[in-house]
Design a binder for this molecule. Structure first.
Ligand code: OAD
Length: 235
């Protein structure tokens, strides 16, 4: 790795693994969400058109569940880094929970959307949302009963890609935490970062599909690896 003293701009990509120790299911582990549910049924626009009740119930349960969970030491360590790091820093999360924010992080971008907002396709406005959507409540802005989870489904475009690629272009260090590297475009960020000359570090429980692309991979639970790494950065 390059001398940490030369690092100024950091992009951090997080995935379900950073919230696993908070008790939120990952997607691809044994017994994970995608073993319990078919992606086509609950995470595609076609699945929603076919059986909206099933999809709304699925997200209502997950929205309720995340509100009972708490950030873990990995979220708190990233929040501290965010608050104290003098250079550019962006936490790009694939997670739809709000644990980064609840730990105190500010520079967070949810590329796959958020459980705690609802999107109204009728007026295209996103509203803060904590309650169920199953009963088709009216949109607080236009009153249409068309609210859906503000979550990016397969076949839909992730959010704010321009901002993400701009941050990748100027970062000196790209760090990937708790993601399997199975879903693009996020899985391709490490390659972008390498091509643009950044250092790359992976922190994950096990080797991921993209591990060989990183300059360094550290294996272990996020609650241990992330505080160790942020401590090194802030030394
Ligand atoms: P995955 O479930 O695919 O991968 C989670 C990763 O976290 C795996 O590599 C695990 O080894 C690792 N992991 C598990 N527990 C960990 C721990 N305690 N500490 C560190 N790492 C741990 O989840 P994602 O990569 O986030 O998209 O999945 C990416 C996208 O696929 C999600 O955003 C979601 C899903 O389909 C959409 O729904 C659009």
């Amino acid at each position: 790795m390059r001398d940490m003293g030369q690092i100024r701009n950091i992009v951090i990509l997080t995935g379900a693994g950073i919230s696993a120790e908070s008790g939120i299911d990952t997607f691809r582990s044994e017994g994970g969400l995608w073993e319990q549910h078919r992606v086509e049924d609950v995470a595609t626009p076609e699945g929603f058109a076919r059986d909206p009740d099933l999809v709304l119930r699925f997200y209502d349960m997950r929205r309720a569940a995340i509100q009972t969970k708490q950030p873990n030491p990995a979220h708190y360590a990233l929040a501290r880094l965010d608050n104290e790091w003098p250079g550019e820093l962006l936490i790009v999360t694939q997670n739809v929970d709000d644990l980064h924010e609840r730990a105190g992080a500010k520079r967070v971008l949810h590329m796959h959307g958020e459980h705690l907002t609802a999107w109204c396709p009728s007026c295209d406005i996103r509203s803060p949302w904590r309650a169920p959507l199953m009963d088709r409540p009216p949109c607080p802005v236009c009153q249409a009963r068309t609210l859906r989870p503000d979550v990016v489904w397969f076949g839909e475009m992730p959010y704010r890609m321009g901002e993400i690629y701009a941050a990748l272009r100027t970062c000196d260090l790209f760090v990937s935490i708790g993601t399997s590297g199975a879903v693009y475009p996020a899985a391709g960020f490490v390659q972008n970062a390498v091509e643009l000359g950044a250092e790359t570090l992976e922190l994950n429980l096990e080797r991921s599909q993209g591990s060989s692309m990183f300059h360094e991979t550290r294996l272990g639970p996020a609650s241990e690896l992330v505080p160790q790494w942020t401590q090194e950065m802030l030394r």
